[in-house]
Design a protein around this ligand. Structure first.
Ligand code: NI
Length: 188
C-alpha cells in the first residue's frame, strides 16, 4: 500500500521478460487467507487504471501466480455489450461455450503501442475464486469474452501476438487511430 496516496503503480513486465512466458502457479488457500493476494490485487487494480487497461494478470507485474484483475465497461466496443464488472480472478478457468470465433482488436500493457486482430471463441464459461475464497461462475460474451481469455492466456505464458492469424493486422496504435477503425480501450 502506498504511504502517501494509497495508490501503488506496479512496474509492468514487457514482452521478452521470461515471467511472461511461464506457466503461473495456482494461488494457495493460505495465500488467499493471509491477505497477501488481496493486497497485490489492489495494487494491480491501481496499475490497470493508471495505464487504462481493461485487465491485468499477475505475471505482468512479475508475479507468476494464477491471479488477474479485470474491468470491462459495458458497451466499450459495441452497443449492447454487457462488459464485465471490476473483479479479482483467483485461479480462473475459461471453457469455450461455442465454436464460433470472433475477432477483436487487442493490445497489451506488456506490448506497448501495438494492436492486432485476434480470433477467439465468442462465448466462454468463466470460473474463478473470489477474495472471499468462494468459487464463482459466469457466462461471458462480447468484448469481455476476449478480454477474459487474453488475461487467462497470460497465466499460461501466452501473449495475444501468438494468436494473431493475419500478422498484417499488427500495427502501431497511433497509425491504427489514423488509418484504422477504433473504438474503446487497449486491453490488458
Ligand atoms: Ni495483456
Amino acid at each position: 500500500m502506498g504511504v502517501w496516496s494509497g495508490v501503488v503503480i506496479l512496474k509492468v513486465a514487457r514482452m521478452g521478460h521470461p515471467v511472461l512466458r511461464m506457466r503461473a502457479a495456482d494461488v494457495q488457500p493460505e495465500e488467499l487467507r493471509s491477505g497477501a493476494i488481496a493486497a497485490l490485487a489492489a495494487d494491480m487494480m491501481d496499475t490497470m487504471e493508471e495505464y487504462e487497461g481493461v485487465g491485468l494478470a499477475a505475471p505482468q507485474v512479475h508475479v507468476a501466480k494464477r491471479l488477474a484483475v479485470i474491468e470491462v465497461p459495458a458497451g466499450l466496443r459495441r452497443e449492447g455489450d454487457q462488459g464485465f464488472p471490476r473483479t479479482v480472478l483467483v485461479n480462473p478457468v475459461a471453457t469455450p461455450l461455442t465454436d464460433e470465433l470472433v475477432s477483436e482488436w487487442e493490445g497489451c500493457l506488456s506490448i506497448p503501442e501495438l494492436i492486432g486482430l485476434v480470433p477467439r471463441p465468442a462465448r466462454v464459461r468463466l470460473e474463478w475464486t473470489g477474495l472471499d475464497g468462494e468459487r464463482r461462475s459466469e457466462e461471458v460474451t462480447g468484448f469481455a469474452a476476449a478480454a477474459v481469455q487474453h488475461e487467462l492466456d497470460h497465466l499460461d505464458g501466452v501473449l495475444y501476438v501468438d494468436r494473431i492469424r493475419d500478422m498484417r493486422t499488427l500495427q502501431f496504435t497511433r497509425e491504427f487511430a489514423r488509418f484504422g477503425r477504433r473504438k474503446g480501450g487497449e486491453g490488458g
